[in-house]
Design a protein around this ligand. Structure first.
Ligand code: BES
Ligand code: MN
Ligand code: ZN
Length: 511
């Protein structure tokens, strides 16, 4: 689907030919009912009669309305016009027309007194979200009829950046949703690696894929242990986005890529086990973020690491009580084979050290406990670094892809102690999301680190079952912020031709 930004007044939009015209109206809008354009007239009458109040998500529809060139008109309330309400309004309007034959839709924000770039971004993302349809494993593909959505505003200049951000982001979110949704037999570690290789065709992106032999050579004993019960060979995917000079320390994103989580020998109950195909949504969010980076081209370096494998019960599988040696050298007693995410992530975190990163963020559908704590509204966020905490929190707010910080007090590590290894992989039921984060923290002493637990936010269950593409919007806002907020040592300086001092600069710390 194509998006276009166009300048147009409310009066001119009446003569815009299209299949559907969506007009956003705030709850404070004042129309006399005798105004000079058809939309103002109709809205004024409806408001006066109490049939439309402009509350976010309220709709007023008509077919072939007089003096309006569009076939269908949908007037959509946006409340106070905030980005969040714009998202609600556009989603409601697009959902109301998506089962028709509409090809060309115009969404007008021309009736709003002032329009923020973030509102246009929210409108673009909401459109893209509604029009996404999963077709990969259906015999009769019926993709959305939508071909083009034009966003009309009074002043293009003020919102161009927000619009472009929305368009780039939409591609990343769609890719993350697509890979999240594919069933595990259509999204094996090998297929996930192939998707990453596809991304390397885009500007500034490179990819390396490591297989069993190379992963063994690296000493990733913990990651290998999880994969050993599966017939699918494991993959370690290394993506690079090179938007800045080579010497600049990258941000590293690590995505949990369990393409199916049966629980292993500590097997999960059968009910809803199918949803464990979504256990690679962290990995999918890394792929989606790279897709968006290729569009938005910020001036920074980003590395993406994806440990990808299945967690299966088998004659070869790990058993409760088994002790393995991680790449860091720390030994781990696997008391529960269903706590496998942390086992693949810890080796990826150790691998991240080689990039001397300015920050590492891991993204994982890590614990059911996080779903209990925060539900589907906010992702869990863990970090000991105040600057990272603020950057991630703020990125969540601006992108409408929320997160909430949870604690990392050392007392939460008590339960990870064991008589048989350096650390156990589980610590009892209490505070399960936090103890999982405490386990990961042991592997992050060399860089500022944050962990996002997306177990509650990465997909929806029930009749709307499907991947959400979260937290790609959060990650992109976070990265765009990092591109602006560079450590002093990352800014190139000195005369061209002159070599930098041979003494290595101290590594930039805070993000
Ligand atoms: N992938 C799951 C986490 C999960 C469960 C996400 C349900 C969303 C919904 C993870 O690998 C897991 O199984 N975690 C266990 C950890 C426990 C054994 C300490 C859990 O949360 O039950
Ligand atoms: Mn598990
Ligand atoms: Zn899992």
């Amino acid at each position: 689907m194509d998006f276009e930004l166009k300048s147009s007044s409310l009066a001119r939009i009446c003569s815009e030919k299209c299949d559907v015209l969506v007009v956003l109206i705030t709850h404070e809008a004042k129309f006399s009912g005798t105004g000079d354009d058809a939309i103002s007239r109709m809205t004024g009458l409806a408001m006066k009669a109490g049939d439309f109040d402009g509350k976010a998500g309220k709709l007023l529809g008509s077919y072939r309305p007089a003096d309006i060139a569009a076939k269908r008109l949908v007037i959509a309330g946006v409340g106070d016009g905030s980005p969040k309400n714009v998202r609600t309004a556009v989603a409601a309007a697009m959902n109301s027309v998506k089962n028709g034959n509409a090809k060309r839709v115009v969404v007008s924000l021309s009736a709003l007194a002032s329009v923020a770039g973030d509102s246009v971004r929210a409108a673009v993302l909401a459109c893209a979200d509604v029009s996404y349809t999963y077709t990969a494993t259906k015999s009769k593909a019926t993709p959305s009829s939508l071909e083009r959505v034009v966003f009309a505003v009074n002043n293009i200049g003020a919102v161009r950046t927000g619009f472009d951000k929305g368009v780039g982001l939409a591609k990343g979110v769609a890719l993350a949703r697509e890979w999240g949704n594919r069933p595990s037999n259509h999204a094996t570690p090998t297929l996930l690696a192939n998707a990453a290789k596809e991304l390397a065709k885009l500007p500034k992106i490179k990819v390396d894929v490591l297989g069993p032999r190379e992963i063994a050579k690296l000493g990733m004993g913990s990651f290998i242990a999880v994969a050993q019960g599966s017939a699918q060979p494991l993959r370690f995917i290394v993506l690079r986005y090179e938007g800045a000079v080579k010497a600049e320390a990258p941000v590293v994103l690590v995505g949990k890529g369990i393409t199916f989580d049966t629980g292993g020998i500590s097997i999960k109950p059968a009910g809803e086990m199918d949803e464990m195909k979504f256990d690679m949504c962290g990995a999918a969010s890394v792929l989606g973020t790279f897709r968006a980076l290729a569009e938005l081209k910020p001036a920074l370096n980003v590395v993406g690491l994806i440990p990808a494998c299945e967690n299966m019960p088998d004659g070869q599988a790990i058993k409760p009580g088994d002790v393995v040696t991680s790449m860091s050298g720390q030994t781990i007693e696997i008391l529960n084979t269903d706590a496998e995410g942390r086992l693949v992530l810890c080796d990826a975190l150790t691998y991240a050290e080689r990039f001397k990163p300015r920050a590492v963020v891991d993204i994982a559908t890590l614990t059911g406990a996080c779903v209990v704590a925060l539900g589907a509204v906010r992702s869990g966020m863990f970090t000991a670094d105040e600057k990272l905490a603020k950057a991630l929190h703020d990125a969540g707010e601006t992108s409408l892809d929320l997160c909430w910080r949870l604690p990392l007090d050392d007392e939460y590590s008590e339960g990870l102690k064991t008589n048989f290894a350096d650390v156990a992989n589980v610590a009892g039921r209490a505070g399960g999301a936090i103890t999982a984060a405490k386990f990961l923290q042991r592997f992050t002493s060399k860089f500022p680190w944050a962990h996002l637990d997306i177990a509650g936010t990465a997909w929806k269950g029930g009749s709307a079952k499907g991947s959400t593409g979260r937290p790609v919007p959060l990650l992109i806002d976070f990265l765009l912020g990092q591109a602006l907020d560079k450590p002093a040592s990352a800014v190139p300086r000195g005369k061209p031709g002159k070599k930098a001092p041979s003494k290595p600069a101290t590594r930039p710390r805070a993000a």
